[in-house]
Design a protein around this ligand. Structure first.
Ligand SMILES: C[S@@+](CC[C@H](N)C(=O)[O-])C[C@H]1O[C@@H](n2cnc3c(N)ncnc32)[C@H](O)[C@@H]1O
Length: 203
């Protein structure tokens, strides 16, 4: 008999297939949206770590447009402007601002390639999450929203506090669609309050 986890994986995998989503990750954003209403119709969304594009399809269904950043190429999708590049690179903010002046929502599902060495993977994940926060601080309109994946670990609380300095509402959320053994959590941050400017992106 299959393990519960395997059945759950099959469930979201099969649902993604039958509903035409590019990845099972779509269901995580759908849960976040259902609960926290982070994206509104007509919004401009920056999606960091966007490939293969499951979240982009959800954004499209919500009648919002997106700028999609990833190291990988993303197959074309209506309403999406892709930027192939490294989100930890300082040029990313300029590239986004060549396309739009300011955005309503920044979301990041970016994840490092896992080495299996727990503290290294955690540190790499926190670095991606911190770069996503820096990008959000730079491009978000006042009142904008931010969603970021973070791996649990000893740097989690400090990072959550960093996010809290810039948003009126901050909450950690674990979607049902995340794999049970996964250490990932999503920080939901709403209503950006400080228009700080980026000083540096760590690479
Ligand atoms: C879990 S996948 C994202 C899935 C996506 N949300 C979806 O719905 O299809 C994580 C992505 O992060 C990207 N990524 C990892 N490090 C990155 C970096 N430094 N810059 C840009 N993208 C990165 C990976 O290439 C990968 O496509």
């Amino acid at each position: 008999m299959k393990s519960l986890e395997k059945r759950r994986k099959d469930y979201y995998y099969q649902r993604a297939k039958s509903e035409g989503y590019r990845s099972r990750a779509s269901f995580k954003l759908l849960e976040i949206q259902e609960r926290y209403h982070v994206i509104r119709r007509g919004d401009v969304v920056v999606d960091l770590g966007a490939a293969p594009g499951g979240w982009l399809q959800v954004i499209h269904h919500l009648e919002a447009s997106a700028i999609a950043v990833d190291l990988q190429q993303i197959a074309p999708l209506e309403g999406v402007t892709p930027i192939r590049g490294d989100l930890t690179s300082p040029e990313i903010v300029n590239k986004i601002q060549e396309i739009v002046d300011a955005v309503d929502v920044v979301i990041s599902d970016a994840a490092p390639n896992l080495s299996g060495a727990w503290s290294l993977d955690h540190a790499r994940s926190i670095n991606l999450s911190a770069c996503a926060l820096e990008i959000a601080k730079y491009v978000l309109k006042p009142g904008g929203n931010f969603v970021v994946k973070v791996f649990q670990g000893d740097l989690f609380d400090t990072f959550t506090r960093d996010v809290s300095a810039y948003f009126r509402f901050v909450k950690a959320f674990n979607p049902r669609a995340s794999r049970k053994q996964s250490a990932e959590t999503y920080i939901i941050a709403k209503r950006y309050v400080r228009a700080d400017r980026l000083t540096k992106l760590s690479g």
